[in-house]
Write a protein that binds this ligand. Structure first.
Ligand code: NAP
Length: 462
């Protein structure tokens, strides 16, 4: 029998890789992990965590205004200091990164702060030291990175979500290209922090694939925040000028800004890792192809998270890493269940969603009932302002099972997390109706919505 130096060598210390290493070590496996950037990965260092901190910062803008209506006298106009936010964020992500590192070490995982590449199904090479390590299993957990589309002249002047957190100067004028999660979240953050934001995208509305009630209400919410929304318009060239950047636009207009954020999707980080050399199948997008247990066609090489380019969300990577470690070293047999993954978009207004959109439900089910509402949040009754809360419950009209819930408004993400439990348990609309309301809250609308807004019956004849 070959004596390997490690049972598991993990490449990439992000959410999925760190979880796999710690769980595997807990099962008694000898684990090593390599990270070429900072321990914590995209989520902790330049994704979910710093983004949410900036969302909190951005929401004060309205709270200062609303406070006056509730009797607070704010003597001076509040001023925002970008550099203070950046350094507070840096302190927090450094603290979290250290915690990740400490927890790995406490679990007995050996850490290499350098790049590792695969040289055979059971060997990796550390690129800085040249050391070759033999290992029973290799886990590729290298995540993904921004794609800079469209490829136009001057695209090198644009930035991605990697750079935006640490800009040396606050961009007074910001163009955002794209209308997915990242684009709308940063547009919303920077508009509230005081930037003049223009969002440019090719589709007719933001957030393709989300339920229409969310797309329409979010568009209104972004417009109310002063964001200039240009659907069907993309930049065709970016030039540096004496005062910033000039964008030529596909509608023949032009725009002058301080920064251009391109948020047109992310691609897996799998290039140059030695995957081809080890015989690992990679798809046309460059993602590692894995089976339902996260193992590639090479039985000793596995992959979790964004590098597999399936559901690119942190909790999914964590679950994949956890179950893989359980299976390899703890006798586990469970597969990740990809149904009913709740998700939030941390714009203001916020989005929280779980389950099928109305459009998907109508494709899949014979009879679909819709319960929908939109109302002013209680806070706005005194504070004023255009804020709305919108909710939609999508129900299978034949079985009464709730198929999806879509919410826009304060705390929508928190609501979606809890709704996911009910939907997993197969809750029916009648269970929502039988649940006692919590008053006064926005969420109580979900259990008091009695009037069906629409019923759609699929024409089975054709
Ligand atoms: P995304 O949500 O897939 O959105 C990509 C955007 O870029 C869409 O508006 C798309 O337009 C546009 N686009 C794509 N190719 C283009 C091209 N060639 N020319 C012009 N426009 C193009 O991607 P993302 O916002 O970059 O986020 C990446 C991933 O990060 C997401 O899939 C998500 O899983 C994750 N993420 C999650 C959260 C969260 O959970 N809150 C937050 C941030 C990121 P169309 O709509 O027309 O295709």
């Amino acid at each position: 029998m070959t004596a390997y130096e490690a049972d598991l060598f993990v490449i990439g210390a992000g959410s999925g890789g760190v979880r796999a290493a710690r769980i595997a070590a807990g099962h008694g496996a000898r684990c090593m992990i390599a990270e070429e950037f900072r321990i914590g990965g995209t989520c902790v260092i330049r994704g979910c965590v710093p983004k949410k901190l900036y969302v909190y910062a951005s929401r004060f803008a309205e709270e200062f205004e609303e406070a006056a209506a509730f009797g607070w006298n704010i003597p001076q106009k509040p001023e925002f200091e970008w550099r203070k936010l950046v350094s507070a964020k840096e302190a927090e992500i450094s603290r979290l990164s250290k915690i990740y590192e400490t927890n790995l070490l406490k679990s007995g995982v050996e850490i290499f702060e350098e790049r590792a590449e695969i040289i055979s199904p059971h060997e990796v090479r550390l690129t800085k030291t040249g050391r070759v390590i033999s290992t029973k299993h290799i886990l590729v957990a290298t995540g993904g990175g921004p794609m800079m589309f469209p490829a136009i002249p001057g695209i090198e002047h644009a930035i991605s979500s990697n750079e935006i957190f640490d800009l040396p100067e606050f961009p007074r004028r910001l163009a955002v290209v794209g209308a997915g999660y990242i684009a709308v979240e940063f547009a919303s953050i920077f508009a509230r922090l005081g930037a003049k934001v223009t969002i440019l995208f090719r589709a007719s509305n933001v957030l393709r694939g989300f339920d229409e009630i969310l797309r329409e209400n979010l568009r209104d919410g972004l417009a109310h925040a002063g964001i200039d929304i240009r659907s069907g318009v993309l930049p065709t060239a970016i030039d540096k000028t004496g005062h910033g950047l000039r964008l030529d636009l596909s509608d023949h207009g032009a725009l002058e800004v301080d920064q251009v954020l391109v948020a047109t999707g992310r691609a897996p980080h799998a290039r140059g890792l030695g995957l081809e050399q080890a015989g690992v199948d990679v798809d046309s997008a460059g993602a590692v192809t894995v089976d339902a247990f996260n193992t590639s066609n090479v039985p000793s090489i596995h992959a979790v998270g964004d590098v597999t380019n399936r559901v690119n969300l942190t909790p999914v990577a964590i679950r994949e890493g956890h179950l893989l470690a359980d299976r390899l070293f703890g006798g586990g047999v469970a597969q990740v269940d990809y149904h009913l993954i709740p998700t939030a978009v941390f714009t203001t207004p916020e989005i929280g969603t779980v389950g099928l959109t109305e459009a998907l439900a109508r494709e899949e089910f014979r009879c679909v009932d819709i319960y929908q509402t939109s109302f002013r949040p209680m806070k706005a009754t005194i504070a004023g302002g255009p804020a709305r809360i919108a909710m939609k419950i999508v129900v299978d009209g034949d079985s009464d099972r709730v198929l999806g819930v879509h919410i826009l408004g304060d705390d929508a993400g928190e609501m979606a997390q809890l709704l996911a439990i009910s939907l997993r348990l197969g809750a029916k609309k009648a269970d929502f109706d039988a649940t006692m309301a919590l008053h006064p809250s926005a969420a109580e609308e979900l259990v008091t919505l009695r009037t069906r807004t629409a019923r759609y019956l699929r024409d089975e004849a054709g």
